[in-house]
Structures are given as structure tokens and as C-alpha cells.
Design a binder for this molecule. Structure first.
Ligand code: FNR
Length: 412
């Protein structure tokens, strides 16, 4: 990491701004209004999104001296594998809004920095294609468990078949939160056919689409708006055969309607998790955990891990800051592996989350800003900046390895 720091100091202009606020502002200028609103936006008045970031300000590192920190080891062990460092890339849907190469570009940065991707169910590129791009670099899969169990099982089994090493089930988004930024622009990307690559490449989903189209229940595609027409074209491209023929067929419209059918999954309960255990032998983590009682339930049920997260404040406005949840956890965690996200903007933030008990930390919006600004290189730069600052923070606070970072490293 020293080399990265050196490059900055010695005058090579960074690929993307190093300072998190400037990174965000640069992305705002580079992105369309709709894309920036979708990525940057959060639920309601943004109180939880702000609280996530502000919560880090309640903790201060307590540097220790004279500890020989010439050699630093950022490595962590998760589920029996050694990872080079404690950072993962958040599952983020519809990355095509940030950059046309979407997950393909993120995969390149993942390989370059050895930062595992958690591939989203709402991705813009099918998981098999991303896995091929990743090669030996480890990756995980994020499941949105639709109200169609056959589809959920199919997605999980495809993920396992293409080499994902863990399944992260996101529980906080069985419905989309109230997102004023998107609402004011009249924008729901999925309804426009964006972020559906995982579904359009799935045999179970496609069978449902064919059934719907055959029933003739899809609304006719008369006079679509230009934007709707573009999204229908992108869906039609997923079908074999002649594009114009496909466009005249009810299939693209049926695909969007089928997605909107399966997405609300508000009926899930703790009892359903047993099914997931049957579908896969991979470690299972629950993402979106925000209550100590739910941590207890997860431990009691023998889950492998949790992601303490409030989805970047995108679901419940006024929900408790994610870092405060992490800080409140104690013995109830038991053997669960604890990951953390929501509000991480810097390497110093990663250090704080590790000290408050996270085994690894997930980076969200900042890497999407990097993607929007400079594709794979932009994602790589954001990750490198974060890791370099983490490395420096460890050195300057007297920690030679991640395992040494404990609660005692912080003052409140
Ligand atoms: C997300 N997040 C998310 N989570 C998930 O499990 N599946 C998904 O498809 C998405 N999609 C998504 C899109 C966008 C644009 C954002 C910003 C976030 C939530 C994500 O994984 C993570 O929890 C948050 O990004 C963490 O908050 P910060 O650090 O970005 O504020």
C-alpha cells in the first residue's frame, strides 16, 4: 500500500478524487440525473443515510507507539479461506446506469485488487459471465429471494455452479423503500428492463415469461416512450433469433411484468431459511440485520454469518445508524461471522468497523462513483485508496495485523 500512498504524494494525479466528498461530487457531474439519483439517493429525507456516515464521527482511534509495525498483514480468514484484506464490494444492482461495462468493469477491478465481489441478483450482467471474468478471484452471490421458490433455488444453484463461495440473502428489501429522488424523476429502473440480466439468463424465470406471453396477458407494446423502447430492445436482445421479430412479440413486456410479479417477497419468515440450507452447501449470510434480537435468531438457527446493514439508508428513513447496531452487539453474535456495511467512506472507517467487531467490511456507493468516473480503473482506484488508508491507519495506531484491532483501539 505504501506504493499507492507514494504515488499520491509524488504528484501523480489520482485516477479519481481521493477525498470522499470530491469523489461523490465528481460522480454527480459525470452521471445522468437519473443514474446519480438512483445510486446516491436514499429513503425518505435521507436521515438514516446521513446517520450512517455521521456515526463514524462518534469514535476516535487511540494511537499506540513503539510497536514495530514495519510489516503489516491486512489478511482475514472467512469461512476457511484466507483473504488478502478485509474489504468486499457490495452487491449493487443496475450498474449499467453507472457505466456500460457494469459488472464486467467491477470484475476487472476485483481481480486487480483481490477484492471479492458480492454479485447482485439485480445485476446488469449474468453471473456466469462475471464469474468467467473473475477466474480464480473469489466471489460471493447476493440473493433476492423472490416469492417464487423455484426461481430462488435456480439462482442459488447457478451461483454455486459458477463458483460463488457464499450466499448473502438480503432481507431488508422485500419491497423497494420510499425513494423520493427516483420518484420525482418517475424512475424505476427495473420497470424499464434494467438490472434484469440475472433473471433473463435464468431458465425458471424464462419459463414463467413464456407462460405469461402465451396466456396473452402481457399488455400490448403500443407506442412505447423512447426510454421504454430502449429498454424493450435491451430485453429483446437477450432472446435468441431475430431482434425485430422478438420486439414485435409480447415477450419483452412479459419479462418486465414477470419480474414485477416475483419481486415482492414480503411473506418470507425465519422458517423459510431451512429451504435455503437444502438448496446449497455454501455458507449463508443474512444481510440487512439491524436488531440484536435478529442476531440472536440468526445464531440460534445456525446461520453462518450476518451483514449488519441498513442498505445504505435506502429502505427505512429514520432507521438506526448501521454502525450503532454493530457497536451494540455482544455475546449474542456467538459463532456468526459478522460483516458490516452502510456509511463506509474511507480506510479509517474500515478500521473503526473492524475495531467495533466486524470480521470484514463492505464498500458500497464509493466504488460505484469510481465506476461512473473511470470504469474498472476508477473502481480499482477507490479500492486502493481505501486499502492504503486502512494500512496507514493500522501502522500509525500501532496495529501490525487486522486480528490485533479491538474495541480498545477506539475512544467514544
Ligand atoms: C444497493 N444495495 C444493494 N444491496 C443488495 O443486497 N442488493 C442489491 O442489488 C443492491 N443494490 C443497490 C443499489 C445501489 C445503487 C446502492 C447504493 C445500494 C445496498 C448495498 O449492498 C449496501 O448495503 C449499501 O450500498 C451500503 O451503504 P453505502 O455504504 O453505500 O452508503
Amino acid at each position: 500500500q505504501g506504493a499507492i500512498y507514494g504515488a499520491g504524494v509524488y504528484g501523480r494525479t489520482p485516477v479519481v478524487p481521493v477525498e470522499p466528498g470530491r469523489l461523490r461530487e465528481a460522480a454527480r457531474k459525470a452521471m445522468s440525473d437519473r443514474a446519480f439519483a438512483y445510486v446516491d439517493g436514499s429513503a425518505g429525507r435521507g436521515r438514516t443515510n446521513d446517520a450512517n456516515v455521521e456515526a463514524f464521527g462518534r469514535y476516535r482511534a487511540v494511537p499506540r507507539m513503539l510497536r514495530d509495525v514495519r510489516e503489516r498483514d491486512l489478511g482475514v480468514d472467512l469461512f476457511g479461506r484466507r483473504y488478502a484484506h478485509p474489504l468486499l464490494l457490495a452487491p449493487i444492482g443496475v450498474l449499467e446506469m453507472a457505466h456500460p461495462r457494469a459488472e464486467r468493469a467491477v470484475a476487472k477491478a476485483s481481480v486487480a485488487t483481490q477484492t471479492p465481489m458480492i454479485h447482485s441478483t439485480q445485476a446488469s450482467v449474468a453471473m456466469e459471465e462475471v464469474a468467467a471474468e473473475l477466474g480464480e478471484t473469489p466471489h460471493w452471490y447476493q440473493l433476492y429471494w423472490s416469492n417464487d421458490d423455484d426461481l430462488a433455488r435456480s439462482l442459488v444453484q447457478r451461483a454455486e455452479a459458477c463458483g460463488a463461495e457464499a450466499v448473502v440473502v438480503t432481507l431488508d428489501t422485500h419491497l423497494m423503500g420510499w425513494r423520493p429522488e427516483d420518484l420525482d424523476l418517475g424512475h424505476l429502473p427495473f420497470a424499464r428492463g434494467q438490472g434484469l440480466a440475472q433473471y433473463l439468463s435464468d431458465p425458471v424465470f424464462m419459463a414463467r415469461v413464456e407462460e405469461r406471453a402465451a396466456r396473452g396477458s402481457a399488455r400490448p407494446t403500443e407506442r412505447p416512450t423512447p426510454a421504454a423502447a430502449r429498454s424493450l430492445v435491451s430485453i429483446a436482445r437477450h432472446y435468441p433469433g431475430d431482434l425485430r421479430e422478438n420486439l414485435r412479440s409480447p415477450l419483452p413486456r412479459a419479462a418486465v411484468e414477470t419480474f414485477l410479479d416475483v419481486f415482492p417477497s414480503s411473506g418470507l419468515t425465519w422458517d423459510d431459511l431451512a429451504k435455503l440450507r437444502e438448496w446449497t452447501s455454501l455458507p449463508i449470510l443474512l444481510k440487512g440485520i439491524q436488531s440484536v434480537d435478529d442476531v440472536r435468531l440468526a445464531a440460534d438457527q445456525g446461520l453462518d454469518g450476518i451483514v449488519v446493514s441498513n442498505h445504505g439508508g435506502r429502505q427505512v428513513d429514520g432507521a438506526v445508524a448501521s454502525l450503532d447496531v454493530l457497536a451494540s452487539l455482544g455475546d449474542e453474535v456467538g459463532d456468526l461471522t459478522v460483516l458490516f456495511d452502510s456509511g463506509v467512506r474511507s480506510g479509517s472507517d474500515v478500521f473503526t468497523a473492524l475495531a467495533l467487531g466486524a470480521d470484514a467490511v463492505i464498500l458500497g456507493r464509493p466504488y460505484v462513483y469510481g465506476l461512473a468516473l473511470a470504469g474498472a480503473e476508477g473502481v480499482q482506484a477507490v479500492v486502493e485508496h481505501t486499502l492504503a488508508e486502512l494500512d496507514l491507519t493500522m501502522a500509525l495506531t500501532g496495529h501490525a495485523s487486522v486480528g490485533e484491532i479491538h474495541r480498545g483501539a477506539l475512544a467514544r
